[in-house]
Design a protein around this ligand. Structure first.
Ligand code: GAR
Length: 212
């Protein structure tokens, strides 16, 4: 298909956000985006199974096989360039990437973070830790953010955010589930589709969504 946008999804775990993307593609909601590759940072993660079931080529590039984050990032970047990838999506990708990837894919890497940035983000805030921090701070609202990846951890331009309530009696696990279901799984495919349709304009750190 002409104008097709090739998407690579980078994963490290269960891959529920990958599943949301695969489901969106199956419904036709990602067009002209096509998930062309899934890359895992470790073998055996369930996200690989999800890719296989959807018939998407899945690859393992294990972080432990490389001596440094920089060496890993360079190898991964070269792999993605070889695959002619237009959009890279970090969907629960728990490995630090260095500047080489950002330089190779300027404003073309999306990350989903399970909080309303700039709250509960940056080094050390990943997975359940984010929800533990939100609960111990006592916030009444949390949510998810999809942003472009820049050289600052969780600091790139914000594409979409969605808030969800924190409820009495929440545990990190119940809050994580609500943030995933009501926010992450919705805004990540939406943001990916907007990118693939050429509807995102980045001015400084502000992202404008243009009319179709
Ligand atoms: C998601 O909640 C994602 O936002 C988070 O890890 C989880 C991965 O779940 N990512 C981060 O914390 C990155 N800083 P998944 O593998 O089921 O998509």
């Amino acid at each position: 298909m002409s104008g097709e946008k090739r998407i690579a999804v980078l994963v490290s775990g269960g891959g529920t956000n990958l599943q949301a993307l695969l489901d969106a593609e199956a419904r036709g909601d990602l067009q002209p985006g096509k998930i062309a590759a899934v890359v895992a940072s470790a073998p055996g993660v369930y996200a690989l199974e999800r890719a296989k079931q959807a018939g998407v080529p899945a690859y393992v590039m294990a972080r432990k096989d490389y001596p440094s984050s920089k060496a890993y990032t360079i190898a991964l970047t070269e792999f993605l360039q070889g695959q002619k990838i237009d959009l890279v999506i970090l969907a629960g990708f728990m490995t630090i990437l260095t500047e080489e990837m950002v330089k190779a894919f300027p404003n073309a890497i999306l990350n989903v973070h399970p909080a309303l940035i700039p709250s509960f983000c940056g080094a050390g805030y990943f997975g359940l830790h984010v929800h533990e921090a939100a609960l111990s701070y006592g916030v009444k609202v949390s949510g998810a953010t999809v942003h472009f990846v820049s050289e600052e951890c969780d600091g790139g331009p914000i594409v979409m955010q969605k808030a969800v309530p924190v409820l009495e009696g929440d545990t990190p696990e119940t809050l994580q589930r609500r943030v995933m279901e009501q926010a992450e799984w919705q805004i990540l495919p939406q943001a990916a589709a907007l990118f693939c349709r050429g509807r995102l304009r980045v001015h400084g750190r502000v992202v404008h969504i243009t009319e179709e």
